[in-house]
Design a protein around this ligand. Structure first.
Ligand SMILES: Cc1ncc(COP(=O)(O)O)c(C=O)c1O
Length: 361
């Protein structure tokens, strides 16, 4: 058996007619930048998430930059976040001249541990960026109450979690600003780079819209120093089609996850923790194993692709050497990064594939 990790081609074939027609319509109009499909997608994203404003942008990375720029994050500010995430979460903080301040993760959820946040707050702290890792939002009530107490902003890095639900709300509808990514392998992916920011604040929404186009509030008049951060019309046309099918695709992902958990329940590994208050978007189905490298090699021989999200926590990355962290600072993130392994995950993993993977494991 040869299993596909993300099954992107399969999904394209499934919606090919609609996607091709939507892309052709853009080509016929040649409205490549800020065409009507952009606004259509933003309206549909607002409706889907319940957030008052959805603003598309060039990527999940750009979304984080727009969010922090809108909140006036400046050189010297400190931003608290998790070391167990994709580089973009902390890289964007550093890119704006601010300082990422890491806090270890919870060993069950792999998300930032709120009980360890407060000791890291200083007078320079401006915001907390929780990441909804693998699709599962962090303990947002606890994080929001710490933020309220210390007058901090909350930006949710929801690159992996579009459509996830925390206590009845999507994670795009929490915090001051929430971001997402439409990178192809994300639960809702386009055919290149794309992303979005979400907020319930009219003021922040207006500012992010202006920042997205070089800080321009009137043609060739620039209110702020901004970025070239638009999502192009073709990519919006693709997501417009996929979003129509997303509720169903998300349910299928959830079913795949439940089937994995059932099939793996007697194996010597740790299956994902599921908080009853949360419905994950299941960007990844990641298990903890003891002999990961050997296991990955053996699974590969059997036609089962695996991935590691992420093999090195961010406080140990070369680019953050100047922050002065060392091995042992965040023991849970360090241990999990050695043991975590993601299994093939998408809406279309078949029952016999899950069975085969479980048997091989
Ligand atoms: C947690 C996290 N943050 C940010 C990003 C950046 O998103 P993008 O690749 O769209 O720039 C990603 C995606 O890879 C991610 O997983």
């Amino acid at each position: 058996m040869k299993i596909d990790f993300a099954n992107l081609q399969y999904q394209y074939q499934l919606y090919k007619e609609e996607i091709d027609a939507a892309m052709q319509a853009v080509l016929d109009k040649s409205n490549y930048i800020m065409g009507n499909e952009v606004r259509e997608l933003e309206d549909a994203l607002q409706e889907f998430t319940g957030a008052k404003h959805a603003i598309t942008c060039a990527s999940g990375t750009e979304a984080l930059i727009l969010a922090m720029m809108a909140l006036d994050i400046k050189p010297g500010d400190e931003i608290i976040t998790t070391p167990f995430t994709f580089i973009a979460t902390a890289e964007t903080i550093a890119f704006l001249g601010a300082k990422p301040v890491f806090v270890d993760i919870d060993e069950k959820t792999y998300n930032i541990d709120p009980s360890k946040i407060e000791v890291k707050i200083t007078e320079k702290t401006k915001a907390i960026i929780p990441v909804s890792l693998y699709g599962q939002p962090a303990d947002m009530d606890a994080i929001q109450s710490i933020a309220d107490k210390h007058n901090l902003k909350v930006i949710i890095d929801g690159a992996q979690s579009f459509g996830s639900i925390y206590k009845g709300k999507t994670d795009s509808n929490l915090g001051d600003i929430s971001t997402t990514s439409f990178f192809p392998a994300k639960p809702l992916g386009c055919f290149g780079d794309g992303g979005a920011v979400f907020t319930n604040s009219d003021e922040l929404a207006e500012k992010m819209k202006i920042l997205r186009v070089h800080g321009q509030n009137k043609r060739y008049h620039h209110k702020y120093i901004g970025v070239g951060g638009r999502m192009d019309t073709l990519q919006c046309a693709v997501v417009n089609v996929k979003l129509k099918h997303y509720t169903k695709d998300l349910l299928l992902r959830q079913e795949v996850a439940q089937k994995y958990t059932q099939a793996l329940k007697n194996k010597e590994l740790v299956t994902p923790f599921q908080n009853p208050d949360i419905t994950s978007a299941w960007a990844q189905y990641s298990v903890q194993v003891k002999n990961r490298d050997e296991l990955q090699a053996k699974l590969k021989e059997k036609g089962i692709p695996t991935a590691v999200h992420y093999p090195m926590p961010l406080h140990l990355q070369e680019c953050f050497e100047h922050l002065g962290y060392s091995k042992g600072d965040f023991p849970i993130a360090e241990r999990v990064s050695e043991e975590i392994m993601s299994l093939p995950m998408n809406s279309y993993v078949r029952d016999n594939e899950i069975e085969y993977i479980a048997t091989q494991l």
